[in-house]
Design a protein around this ligand. Structure first.
Ligand code: CO8
Length: 294
């Protein structure tokens, strides 16, 4: 692989997923309704904001918008060296997968397409060429936690609430895919990940810091973005190619593994989600979410 400057691209040794291609967009920043992207004044940090009210639950459209937004940042903001991931809703980064997609699906094909789009978000963000910082002002359960874990650095607010971040899906009767579990193991270590996954634990900010799931905690939501920007500027100042090669030294094997097993993973997901037990559990959980509001 030859880079734009005509030099051999050392990253090609480690990395085959590249989101630098073209995508569709609705304005010059590459914004659509579900995701907005913008560049900060210094020109080195871009922000990708999730915007699917009420809770940024991940459906096909949001997944595709995230992948498109990541591509758009690289295409429209070539000066950007770091990316902040945040939410337009300060109370919730993302509530994880849209459970309405999983419950009583219209067809197996729709589930397959959805899961491929979620895999793609993981691959795109986890191996993103820019440094990434998650600004976690609020809840980030399950798939929301995946988004945060896929970033290089996580800043969380201590007023984000209780039971806020973690791979909680076990409690819903669904199991995280192996690649999300691996993210957790890599970040908090095997024993802690085992307990966390087994019990479907959700942590508040201090607990998340204590187990190593987030890198730092600030005392209020309003401090999250300023601190995340500061951290992003730090990463942006590191020589980009070397930083990226370093990133892929640790992340490349999982990326390659999932890329080579994507269809097997889709198959496992569909069989699991379409089973009677899981469907029953999802139905009950969705009901409980509704009742909680009353
Ligand atoms: N999917 C769909 N709808 C949701 C979801 C969701 N994940 N979360 C919330 N909603 C809906 C609620 O039902 C409610 O809908 P409505 O207004 O129609 O009644 C609306 O969003 C607002 O929700 P709340 O009133 O609960 O909002 P709060 O601000 O009070 O609370 C929370 C926000 C804390 C995020 C809360 O909504 C919550 O806990 N949601 C559930 C989060 C969750 O359990 N997510 C797990 C998703 S599963 C997943 O990501 C698994 C990944 C791996 C899958 C592997 C499969 C094999």
């Amino acid at each position: 692989m030859i880079s734009r400057q005509g030099k051999p691209n050392s990253s090609a040794l480690f990395f085959s997923t590249d989101v630098g291609g073209s995508g569709t967009s609705t304005d010059t920043n590459g914004n659509d309704e579900l995701v907005t992207t913008k560049l900060n004044a210094s020109g080195s940090v871009a922000t990708l904001t999730l915007n699917r009210p009420p809770v940024n639950s991940l459906n096909l459209e949001l997944n595709e918008a995230i992948s498109r937004g990541l591509r758009d940042v690289r295409r429209n903001h070539p000066s950007a060296r770091a990316l902040l991931l945040n939410s337009s809703n300060p109370r919730i980064l993302s509530a994880g997968l849209d459970l309405h997609v999983l419950y009583d699906p219209s067809s197996r094909e729709s589930l397959e397409t959805f899961w491929r789009s979620f895999q793609q978000v993981f691959l795109d963000l986890y191996s993103y060429r820019l440094a990434t910082v998650a600004a976690i002002e609020g809840h980030a359960p399950a798939g929301g936690c995946m988004l945060a874990m896929a970033c290089d650095h996580r800043v969380m607010s201590s007023d984000s609430g209780t039971n806020t971040i973690g791979l909680s899906e076990t409690k819903l009767g669904i199991a995280a895919p192996y690649w999300m579990a691996r993210q957790m193991v890599d970040i908090v270590g095997s024993r802690r990940a085992e307990r966390s996954l087994g019990l479907g634990l959700l942590y508040n900010a201090e607990e998340a810091l204590d187990v190593g799931l987030v890198d730092e905690v600030v005392s209020s939501r309003s401090e999250v973005m300023p601190r995340a920007v500061e951290e992003a500027e730090l990463w942006a100042g590191i020589p980009a190619e070397a930083r990226y090669v370093g990133k892929m030294l640790t992340r490349g094997p999982l990326v390659k593994d999932l890329e080579s097993r994507r269809e097997e993973d889709v198959e496992n997901f569909c069989i699991f989600v379409m089973s009677d037990d899981v469907q029953r559990g999802l139905g009950m959980y969705l009901e409980s979410l509704k009742k909680r509001k009353k």
